[in-house]
Design a protein around this ligand. Structure first.
Ligand code: PBG
Length: 326
């Protein structure tokens, strides 16, 4: 039997050949470490559904930020868990609120040595757990939510954040935040738009991490997993509204969306490897079903191969260490 003499296996024979021809790399700078800080803690508290991830105290948050910087990660994404929640999510825009104080603590600690980002969304701060404010009929009121986001953006900018992460999926959120930042003399704060964010079951463990009060779901604002073209519309609007960076979320189940977004825009595109993706690998590895470190690096490589410039991943600091052999 004869076949073409082009033999792809020739280039796979040795580790050096494979290294030479690798099309994709993952470097520490590509990784963004999400970190949770909870008000009033003196010790970190483990998150049951995310083995290895904790809610930090103010002190351990600073230490985790330093460790991430030393590992060479590209950035940090901060999430705050307040003690008190109300219908307006007012702790989100109180300058003394947990997320705003965490931003200033972390910026004081690491300065410009990494990129400090914060989640700009109300779900951790509202007593109903939605990403926006509710109208009298219980629906999520888009434009009232935008007014709250604007206040949140001012508070986060005041605290020194480098990038605000708009994850609420309200229409017009990017323009609203861009305008208020510019009008308050914070034109240098960049906007990361969670442009294509799907209503996903894979956010399950995150809801534990932030002790979410949500009853029901977010399908009236997050996207239907069935839709790919709609992601391009969301992205186009966010780019027109002034986004600096755009994000696709979750990552692994949406690599097709990621690749089409990368092809459609001239901005850096990121992907968020979410809590459920993390938990699947951790729990499967604990069950002895897969090799943990190989699986971690394979998932990150896949997200990069699909075109992501940066990846939010709960493994960021650890993976940076694996990649550099430290
Ligand atoms: C909203 C937000 C969520 C996540 C990041 N930002 C939760 C949601 O939309 O329900 C999920 C991240 C994850 O699952 O890792 N503040």
């Amino acid at each position: 039997m004869s076949f073409p003499t082009d033999r792809p296996r020739r280039l796979r024979r040795t580790p050096a050949l494979r290294r030479l021809v690798a099309e994709t790399s993952v470097e520490p700078r590509h990784l963004i470490q999400p970190l949770f800080v909870r008000e009033g803690l003196s010790e970190p508290v483990p998150i049951g559904s995310m083995p290895g991830v904790v809610q930090h105290s103010a002190d351990t948050l600073r230490a985790a930020a330093v460790a991430a910087v030393e590992a060479g990660v590209g950035g940090l994404m901060l999430f705050g868990v307040p003690s008190l929640r109300d219908a307006e999510g007012s702790a989100a825009y109180d300058p003394a609120g947990i997320l705003n104080t965490a931003i200033s603590d972390v910026v004081a600690e690491v300065g410009d040595a990494t990129v400090v980002m914060a989640d700009l969304c109300l779900d951790e701060f509202t007593n109903h757990g939605h990403c926006g404010l509710l109208a009298a009929d219980g629906s999520v009121d888009n434009d009232a939510s935008l007014r709250a986001y604007a206040q949140m953006a001012v508070a986060q900018a005041e605290a020194g954040v480098h990038v605000v992460g708009l994850s609420g999926m309200m229409d017009g959120q990017v323009a609203t935040v861009r305008v208020v930042l510019d009008d308050t003399g914070r034109g240098d704060v960049a906007v990361l738009a969670y442009a294509a964010k799907y209503a996903s079951a894979f956010y399950g463990p995150f809801r534990d991490a932030v002790e979410s009060r949500l009853v029901g779901d977010r399908r009236s604002y997050q996207q239907d997993p069935a839709n790919g073209v709609e992601a391009l519309r969301e992205v186009r609007l966010d780019v027109e509204e002034g986004a600096d960076l755009v994000l696709v979320k979750p990552a692994l189940g949406y690599l097709d969306v990621l690749a089409s977004v990368v092809a459609a825009v001239d901005l850096p595109v990121g992907a968020y490897q979410v809590s459920g993706e993390y938990a699947m690998v951790e729990l499967a590895a604990r069950a002895g079903a897969i090799q943990r470190e190989r699986a971690i690096l394979e998932t990150l490589t896949s997200v990069r191969r699909a075109g992501a410039t940066f990846v939010l991943t709960y493994w960021a600091t650890e993976a940076a260490g694996l990649l550099t052999g430290r």
